[in-house]
Design a protein around this ligand. Structure first.
Ligand SMILES: [Zn+2]
Length: 454
């Protein structure tokens, strides 16, 4: 490495002085001294806003794969740039409270949304007794914060669902999907499907896919005969369906953005992994099945932040907002052993991380947390390896070959989640709470303490 010139040194010094979070200093080639950065990043106090970014199924392997492919082995993603990083355990529980070592998205989301571990498939209800537990979003709302949820999955899918609904089973997404939740139906005196609960909660910003759930007809109660979308309009929602109408939404009235009938189509395409491997491939950084006008996760995130902050400004509230942003299809393409789909979604998620960090740079009283709900199947293996299961060889942006393998289940079946701990990284008030090895349920406490929720 070249010796830094005097001018470089002065620039670095000026930068350190100009920002509260001092820039990282490279002392010698390859060595990294993050002491000053870590020290200035560790602070308590109260946060005005919390932005929680969830890469669904984004274990260390998935992060590394996206880094290697896009910015190179020595490059850094936006999510790699947080000053404070730890790991957390993700296990769920059986009905009797004993550990279930591999979680699904419903149980893991319930963990950080409520601070309580539950059984796989359950949405913010207890494992044995199936009782609703108050969520971080409900607490934030009750304490006067604006709230939002942005996802690339159906809005009623497990990770967004845990914030503002309580269901015996994650499949109970719309009024016609209630077979596994007899206690939760409106006819039985319950709160109804996940879609109905979301709009009844009047979450300020809801952006994602899943229009088909909201097109279903409500079967009982006050809104009987209406679709959930019509119910949302009655409750004061603006309904938007693409990038242009999303950007035209007015602050101060809740917004329901339904950008796809099912999951929002992924950004990248390529050959899926195969038994014995694929020919070396470059990913296609577009998807013919993704309609133009479909907002990117980064654009949805930026718009959600704008609407939530504007709502609070108009209300002259000194309180800010709670926003969850999910990159959902990292998980879904991992299940499908589709490396290009998976990497493209990780890269899209990383651009949303950049949006959140840019907002926090302007508003340092924002706690930003980036983590995953569970690990997943993809593994980077040596080029000479001949692993069982499905493999693909990719040619990365730095021109090198990389082999990825999927073998957590037999070829032809959905590849599976893993029980590994995952990364959690943060900046802002209370961010130090992610350091070390924590439990997924500790994230609930971190966010609750940051916003001083009672
Ligand atoms: Zn999954």
């Amino acid at each position: 490495m070249l010796k830094p010139t005097r001018r470089h040194l002065m620039t670095a010094t000026a930068l350190v002085a100009a920002t509260t979070a001092a820039v990282a200093v490279t002392t010698t080639a390859g060595a990294f001294d993050g002491k000053d950065r870590a020290r200035s990043a560790i602070r308590g106090g109260k946060a005005k806003n919390v932005i929680l970014l969830i890469g669904d199924g984004m274990g260390d392997s998935e992060i590394t794969l996206a880094r290697d492919y896009t910015v190179g082995a020595d490059g850094r993603l936006n999510m790699d740039r947080f000053p404070l990083t730890g790991a957390y355990t993700t296990y769920s529980v059986h009905a009797d409270g004993t550990p279930d070592y591999v979680t699904d998205s419903a149980a893991s989301g319930t963990g950080w949304a409520t601070g309580v571990k539950t059984v796989n498939g359950r949405i913010s209800k207890t494992p044995g007794t199936d009782k609703p537990v108050r969520t971080i979003l409900e607490l934030a709302q009750r304490n006067g914060y604006a709230t939002g949820s942005v996802t690339t999955a159906e809005l009623t899918d497990a990770t967004p669902a845990v914030l503002a609904s309580h269901a015996t089973d994650r499949s109970c997404q719309g009024p016609a999907d209630m077979a596994k939740c007899p206690k939760d139906t409106i006819a039985a005196g319950g709160p109804g499907s996940i879609a109905e609960q979301f709009v009844n909660h009047k979450v300020d910003v809801l952006f994602g896919g899943g229009r088909r759930r909201f097109d279903q007809q409500v079967t009982d109660g006050r809104y009987k005969g209406l679709t959930v979308t019509e119910q949302a309009r009655r409750l004061g929602y603006q309904v938007v369906t693409d990038d242009a109408s999303m950007k035209a939404a007015k602050a101060g009235k809740p917004v329901l953005g339904l950008f796809a009938t099912g999951n929002v189509p992924v950004e990248w395409t390529g050959e899926v992994a195969a038994v014995g491997g694929t020919d070396p491939q470059r990913c296609v950084t577009s998807n013919p099945d993704r309609p133009s006008g479909t907002p990117s996760l980064a654009d949805s995130a930026a718009e959600a932040i704008r609407l939530l902050a504007a709502k609070q400004r108009r209300a002259h509230s000194h309180k800010g907002f709670f926003l969850q942003i999910e990159g959902a299809s990292i998980d879904k393409r991992d299940h499908a052993a589709d490396p290009c789909g998976q990497i493209g979604e990780t890269a899209a998620f990383d651009r949303a991380v950049k949006v959140a960090r840019a907002y926090a740079a302007q508003h340092p009283d924002t706690l930003v947390v980036t983590t995953a709900d569970h690990g997943h199947t993809s593994q980077i293996v040596p080029l000479g390896a001949n692993p069982p299961g499905l493999s693909s060889t990719l040619v990365t942006n730095e021109g090198q070959q990389l082999k990825v393998n999927y073998s957590t289940d037999t070829p032809g079946r959905s590849q599976e989640h893993t029980g590994t701990e995952v990364r959690i990284a943060a900046q802002g008030p209370q961010a130090y709470r992610v350091l070390g090895v924590t439990n997924q349920t500790d994230l609930f406490t971190t966010m609750r303490e940051a916003l001083h929720l009672r």
